[in-house]
Design a protein around this ligand. Structure first.
Ligand SMILES: [Mn+2]
Length: 317
């Protein structure tokens, strides 16, 4: 693979995670650094709480800006667009990702993008195989944490993810003892509030066998979206006001994804309509809009589904 050559050619790579780094992006960066035996980790907007124990376990103090360090290559992990890694803005990155391609794909000098992969960590395991890099326990541990997190602890795993997980478990050796603290799933009070408030405030629609809910919270949007999905909603749309615009966080069920992709279709359509950027995976993604309101987003989505999918939505649910 060209990407293996590009990685081998770099003496001082910087490994860039997406904003608000989760376990997959950070686990992939740490795992790749262990495999390469070199590299500096850059988290442009810090690290989300569930991923912070990875920093402690591996004693990593990431930089947040590229100018803080000398480097000869920029490797972007688990992010398709410059918006997702802002303010980092590399001209010719090496890209490893499993989201729907966006503007980083066209800039990349070498890339390994596979939207069928359940996690970027899964792609790093494949790279290690192609490059014949040994999966040490220190490389396997963060990659397994990323893979388990992005697959909902294997509940959404493909056969290929399962194969990757088996390989990683096999390579863990005595680092197995570190897994429980790295995979802590307890919720903060903020997440608990967002789950409850997001559910209480939701407006529901139904079209045939599809249930759609739109709600708003002040933060922890993902927790609110998961609460709605746990209740059987096919498309959960969570709105939140941001200092510089309006964020739409969405999660969709399998039966919704069979008809439309959030990251490939719905969220880019919102960005086209209201200005901004939208993308992600088929079943999960975010749109950062310049200016919009919940009522406008709701009206646009219902109209979009009715014209694109031929569905008629009713608020009587
Ligand atoms: Mn990911």
């Amino acid at each position: 693979m060209d990407i293996v050559e590009a990685l081998r050619a770099s003496d001082s790579p910087v490994l860039v995670t997406h904003r608000h780094a989760d376990r997959d992006t950070l686990g992939s960066a740490i795992g790749l650094r262990e495999l390469l035996g070199r590299g500096t980790i850059c988290t442009p907007d810090g690290v989300a709480r569930p991923a912070q124990s990875l920093l402690e376990t591996f004693d990593i103090d990431p930089v947040t800006r590229l100018r803080e360090i000398t480097h000869d290559a920029v490797v972007v992990l688990d992010a398709p667009s410059t918006e997702r890694i802002a303010p980092v803005d590399p001209m010719s990155p090496i890209l490893i990702d499993h989201h729907e391609p966006d503007n980083l794909a066209s800039r990349a000098t070498a890339s390994f993008v596979d939207t069928e992969a359940e996690a970027t960590a899964e792609l790093i395991v494949q790279l290690a195989g192609a490059a014949d890099w040994e999966l040490s326990p220190e490389a396997a541990l963060p990659l397994l944490v990323g893979l388990l997190d992005d697959t909902g602890f294997m509940t959404e795993a493909s056969p290929r993810s399962v194969t990757g997980a088996v390989e990683l478990f096999g390579a863990l050796d005595d680092r197995t003892a570190d897994l429980p603290k790295l995979l802590d799933q307890s919720r903060t009070s903020g997440e608990e509030s967002a789950r409850a408030l997001g559910t209480l405030r939701a407006t529901g629609y139904r079209a045939g066998d599809l249930f759609v809910a739109v709600t708003h919270v002040g933060g922890y949007e993902t927790a609110a979206a998961h609460a709605l999905c746990d209740a059987g909603i096919d498309l959960a749309v969570v709105c939140s006001d941001q200092a510089d615009g309006f964020r739409v966080t969405a999660r969709a069920s399998e039966s919704f994804v069979e008809r439309r992709s959030l990251g490939g279709d719905i969220l880019p359509a919102l960005a086209d309509e209201f200005g901004g950027n939208g993308g992600g995976h088929a079943g999960a993604g975010v749109a950062e809009l310049h200016k919009a309101s919940q009522a406008e987003v709701e009206a646009f989505l219902i109209d979009h589904f009715e014209s694109e999918l031929g569905l008629t939505f009713a608020t009587e649910v």
